[in-house]
Design a protein around this ligand. Structure first.
Ligand SMILES: [Fe+2]
Length: 445
């Protein structure tokens, strides 16, 4: 039974599944906060990031607000700290100077909230109220914690010092049958009405038409990106938008973040390990401007998010949009590189079971993929359950990323899931693939 079927049919199984998801998220946050000493927990490793101890207590605070107080109707646990952990009240750079809970206090607060939440879960009807229908509020909080796990992994990557995280190597890659895949034009169903834990910005499902196009079979690899670097791509204004060129100059961009040149070799620092850049892995830690410049250098462009989603889930045999590229089953370790299993992207082609019906590979997991699209609401968008989840971010400041990274948990990753960030951001686990318009005669392929 897939998660979606569980969510629809059995309240008992749904409660078990929610408890498992909450537990899995918590195990990951504990691993990342226990991996460093107290000093590292309270330190700010980059002005772009919060101290890890802030993320951890914020996870507990959001869980308290939504599940203990709202869903459970219980007395507050620590109303006095709500403001400290309100992400909109304090910028990340200012958070270390706040009177935050210390590591021990944060741990006992987060544990106390969770004990109450498990009791609320036992007693709450998972129907009859939109917030709790099919366990939505629990699913929202699971995804919130898992998204902060990914943020905490980005903080770990920025941390300087001896390595504290390790994972087994990813499976080997395989060459694609062809470098590009043809995607026929026409309508497909974008977004979702069916996925119970989908967030407001993924809704509603709606028909979207695209012109026929070609999309890369795989994300752009490090080897391909090195060719752009070594061809002088960073020094040639022709490939950059005016804003991208201005940013490239001001920030001194010359290669992906965490890379350095050692003689003839490109090396990278990954969670404290210095290693040769693996040629067949998707490139990561590039900003939208770099992705866009590479695409232009390659004679291509970034896909729109509608194109990305069609390539990921459209089944030409049935005309249906699938939940995942491989079908409607929940992700497993055979489908995609997710949940931090390897602490790095896998070489392209490492997941033959994860290929889309059209033959596009590596869409889920490995690296978030920048698209050309601004983060805007779908037609018929209805804010739920609070404007700060999505609505306040809509507009031209943010670019949409799709597909999830190796760090992303399956609970926060599906073909309809939309992530967004500023076009200058590089600390996230983001790469990209390219697309190009098809010519009329390409329809014969
Ligand atoms: Fe948050």
């Amino acid at each position: 039974m897939t998660a979606i079927e569980t969510l629809r049919h059995s309240p008992e199984q749904l409660r078990v599944r929610i408890a498992e998801e909450l537990d899995r998220a918590r195990n990951r946050s504990i691993t990342l906060t226990d991996a460093v000493d107290r000093e590292d927990l309270v330190r700010q490793h980059s002005p772009l990031m919060s101290p890890l101890v802030w993320d951890y207590a914020h996870i507990g605070n959001q869980e308290e607000l939504w599940l203990v107080r709202d869903v459970g109707g219980r007395e507050p646990v620590r109303e006095d700290i709500d403001n400290l952990y309100d992400a909109f009240a304090h910028k990340r750079a200012d958070r270390p100077s706040l009177p935050l809970l210390g590591p021990d206090e944060a741990r006992s607060y987060v544990a106390e909230v969770r004990r109450k939440v498990l009791d609320v879960l036992e007693r709450t009807p998972l129907e009859g109220r939109r917030l709790t229908e099919a366990g939505f509020a629990f699913g929202m909080i699971v995804q919130h914690e898992q998204q902060h796990v990914e943020t905490m992994l980005a903080t770990h990557q920025l941390r300087v010092g001896a390595p504290v995280l390790d994972a087994p190597a990813p499976p080997p890659g395989r060459a694609p049958a062809s470098d590009e895949v043809y995607v026929p034009g026409g309508m497909f169903l974008m977004g979702t009405d069916l996925e119970p834990w989908a967030l407001d910005n993924e809704r509603p499902a709606h028909a979207v038409g695209v012109e026929p196009f070609w999309i890369d079979a795989d994300p752009v690899t490090n080897a391909q990106y090195i060719a752009f670097v070594e061809a002088g791509g960073y020094d040639d204004e022709r490939w950059w938008t005016p804003a991208g060129w201005a940013h490239r100059q001001a920030a001194g961009l010359a290669a992906p973040q965490f890379w350095h040149r050692d003689g003839d070799t490109w090396r990278r620092t990954r969670f404290g390990h210095v290693e040769e850049v693996p040629p067949q892995e998707p490139v990561q830690h590039v900003c939208w401007y770099e992705a866009d410049a590479y695409a232009r250098w390659a004679g291509k462009r970034l896909p729109t998010e509608a194109e990305w989603e069609k390539a990921a889930r459209y089944d030409p045999a049935t005309g249906r949009s699938l939940r995942y590229p491989w079908g409607d089953d929940d992700p497993t370790a055979a489908h995609a590189n997710l949940a931090g299993a390897h602490l790095q992207p896998a070489p392209v082609g490492a997941y033959p079971d994860g290929v889309s019906p059209l033959g596009v590979r590596g869409l889920i997991g490995d690296v978030w993929e920048w698209t050309s699209s601004d983060f805007t609401p779908y037609p018929g968008f209805a804010m739920f359950p609070y404007p700060e989840y999505s609505e306040v971010f809509f507009g031209s400041d943010y670019k949409v990323l799709r597909g999830g990274a190796w760090a992303t948990d399956p609970s926060a990753c599906r073909t309809t899931f939309r992530n967004w960030d500023y076009p200058i951001r590089r600390q996230i686990f983001a790469g990209f693939r390219c697309a190009r318009n098809a010519r009329p005669e390409d329809a014969d392929v």
